[in-house]
Design a protein around this ligand. Structure first.
Ligand SMILES: Cc1cc2nc3c(=O)[nH]c(=O)nc-3n(C[C@H](O)[C@H](O)[C@H](O)COP(=O)(O)OP(=O)(O)OC[C@H]3O[C@@H](n4cnc5c(N)ncnc54)[C@H](O)[C@@H]3O)c2cc1C
Length: 435
C-alpha cells in the first residue's frame, strides 16, 4: 500500500519557509509594482529587489524547481512543485522570484528535452539562471484552438530558414530575449507532421510587433501579449528545435507542464479567496448576526472548501501520475485538471467577492482582478471544450462497443445468466416457497 497524503518533514520545513518568504518579501512587490513589469528585466525593480530575493531562494535550494535532475535541473518532481506552486499562486511576482514563471518553465522544459548542447548553452542556461525571459509564439490571429488554420511558414534558403506570417497573443515577446516560433515547414502534409519549432532571437531583423494586446483592465496598448508579424525573419538552420516536422510532439510536452502549473497556482489563488471569504463571514454583522451564522453563507464556505479540496487532490494526483509515468501518460489527468481550473476559480472567487458586497466588486479588494483570471484559465493553453474532448477520448479508449444488439448491462440476459448460475439454490428456494 503506497497511498500517502503526508509531506516529508524536511520538505514541510521548506514549504513553511516559502510561505513566510512569499507573504513578507514578495507580496509587497505585488502591491507596489504593476503586473506587466514581472517580465521586464530592464526595470530596476528586478536588479534591486527581485534579484536579492532570487539569491535567497537559490540558497534554500528552491530555485527553478520545474526541471527535475533527469533534465539537468534541481527540481524534485511535480508533486513537490505542486505544493510549492500552491503557495506561489498567492502572489503575482512569486513565480519570478522562484524562477518558475510561465511561459519560461514550458520553454525551458522543451529546450531541456529537445535542445542540442549548443541550444541549451545559448538559450536554456540564461533562462534557468533568470537572466532573460522568453516567449512561445504559436497561436495565430485566425485561430488558436485549431492548428490546422495556422499559416505562418518557414522556408529553407541555403543554411537558413526564412519565417513569414503573423502570430497572436505571443506573451511577453516585448521583453523576451528569444521566441520559440511554430511555423509550417511542409505544407503538403498535415500540420501535425509539417510544422517545426524555431528558436528566434528577438533582435533578429523583421520582427514587427503590431500591438501589445492587454487583458481586460490593463491600459489599452500597454499589454504584454504581442500581435506580431514575422517579415522575412532569417534564422540559421541550427535554430530548429528537435528537427523539422517535430513541432507538435514538442508542443505536447510543453503544454502539459504549463497547464498543470497554472492549476497548481490556481489552488493558491482559490485558498486566498477562501481566506478572505471566511474572514469576512466572521467580521460582518447584518440583521443582528454574523454572516458566518447564516445558512446561505455557510453553504458558500462549505461548497468552496469542498470544491477546492476536490480540485487540490485532483491536481496533486495528476502531478503524481506525471512523476510516476511521465507527462505523455497523464494526458487525461492533465486535461481534466485544465477543465476544472477555470470553473473552480470562477465559482470560489465569485462567492468570496459576493460576500464582500460592494467592497468585493470595488477596486479596493483584489477579488474582481482574481475573478477575471477565471475566463483566462479557460482559454490560455487551449479552451475548455478542447480539453474535454481529450478527456472524453481517453476515457472512451478504455471501452468497446456492446457485442450484440442490447447493452451488456441489459437486465434480461444478465438476470438469466445469474439465475442459471444459482439454479440449484433457486430451485430449493422455490420448493421452500411452495411448502
Ligand atoms: C492570457 C493568455 C496568454 C496566452 N499566451 C499565449 C502564448 O504565450 N503563446 C501562444 O501561442 N498563445 C497564447 N495564448 C493563446 C491561447 O493559446 C489561445 O487563445 C487558445 O488556444 C484559443 O485560441 P483562440 O483564442 O484563437 O480561440 P478560438 O480557437 O477561436 O476558440 C474560441 C472558442 O471557440 C470554442 N471552441 C474552439 N474549439 C472548439 C472545439 N473543438 N469544440 C467546441 N468548441 C470549440 C471555445 O469556446 C473557444 O473558447 C494565450 C491566451 C491567453 C488568454
Amino acid at each position: 500500500m503506497a497511498w500517502d497524503f503526508e509531506t516529508e518533514p524536511e520538505f514541510q520545513e521548506k514549504l513553511d519557509w516559502l510561505k513566510t518568504f512569499v507573504a513578507e518579501q514578495v507580496e509587497p512587490i505585488d502591491l507596489a509594482f504593476p503586473h506587466h513589469l514581472v517580465y521586464d528585466k530592464a526595470h530596476p525593480v528586478h536588479a534591486e529587489v527581485v534579484k536579492p530575493l532570487q539569491a535567497q531562494v537559490k540558497a534554500q535550494g528552491l530555485w527553478a524547481c520545474h526541471l527535475g535532475p533527469d533534465l539537468g535541473g534541481l527540481g524534485f518532481g511535480q508533486v513537490k512543485l505542486g505544493l510549492m506552486n500552491e503557495i506561489l499562486g498567492r502572489s503575482t511576482w512569486a513565480p519570478m522570484a522562484f524562477g518558475c514563471q510561465a511561459p519560461d518553465t514550458g520553454n525551458a522544459e522543451i529546450l531541456a528535452h529537445y535542445g542540442t548542447d549548443e541550444q541549451k548553452q545559448r538559450f536554456l542556461q540564461p533562462l534557468l539562471d533568470g537572466e532573460i525571459v522568453s516567449c512561445f509564439s504559436m497561436t495565430e490571429p485566425q485561430g488558436g484552438a485549431d492548428p490546422q488554420v495556422f499559416t505562418c511558414s518557414a522556408e529553407r534558403d541555403g543554411d537558413e530558414w526564412v519565417l513569414n506570417g503573423e502570430k497572436w497573443f505571443s506573451s511577453n515577446l516585448r521583453y523576451a530575449a528569444f521566441a520559440i516560433v511554430m511555423a509550417v515547414t511542409d505544407p503538403d502534409v498535415s500540420i501535425y507532421q509539417g510544422a517545426s519549432m524555431f528558436l528566434v532571437p528577438t533582435d533578429t531583423p523583421g520582427i514587427e510587433i503590431v500591438r501589445n494586446v492587454g487583458l481586460a483592465g490593463e491600459p489599452f496598448g500597454e499589454g504584454t501579449h504581442a500581435y506580431v508579424r514575422y517579415n522575412n525573419v532569417r534564422v540559421p538552420a541550427e535554430n530548429v528545435l528537435g528537427g523539422p516536422g517535430q513541432a507538435f510532439v514538442i508542443a505536447q510536452t510543453r503544454l502539459g507542464g504549463g497547464r498543470i502549473h497554472h492549476a497548481m497556482r490556481t489552488i493558491g489563488m482559490c485558498q486566498r479567496a477562501i481566506d478572505m471569504m471566511c474572514e469576512r463571514a466572521l467580521s460582518r454583522t447584518t440583521q443582528g448576526s454574523l454572516l458566518a451564522s447564516k445558512g446561505a453563507v455557510q453553504e458558500y464556505v462549505a461548497d468552496s472548501w469542498i470544491e477546492l479540496h476536490q480540485f487540490r487532490l485532483m491536481v496533486l494526483h495528476a502531478a503524481w501520475v506525471i512523476d510516476q509515468r511521465g507527462g505523455n501518460k497523464a494526458r487525461k489527468e492533465i486535461a481534466a485538471v485544465k477543465v476544472a481550473t477555470a470553473k473552480v476559480l470562477k465559482d470560489i472567487v465569485f462567492r468570496a467577492m459576493h460576500l464582500h458586497g460592494s467592497l468585493g466588486v470595488s477596486n479596493e479588494m483584489p477579488l474582481i482582478g482574481m475573478w477575471t483570471m477565471a475566463p483566462v484559465m479557460g482559454i490560455a493553453d487551449g479552451p475548455t471544450e478542447v480539453h474535454k474532448i481529450t478527456v472524453a477520448r481517453q476515457v472512451l479508449k478504455q471501452y468497446s462497443a456492446a457485442p450484440g444488439m442490447f447493452p451488456t448491462a441489459h437486465l434480461p440476459a444478465r438476470v438469466a445468466a445469474a439465475r442459471d448460475r444459482f439454479a440449484h439454490l433457486l430451485e430449493h428456494q422455490m420448493t421452500n416457497d411452495i411448502f
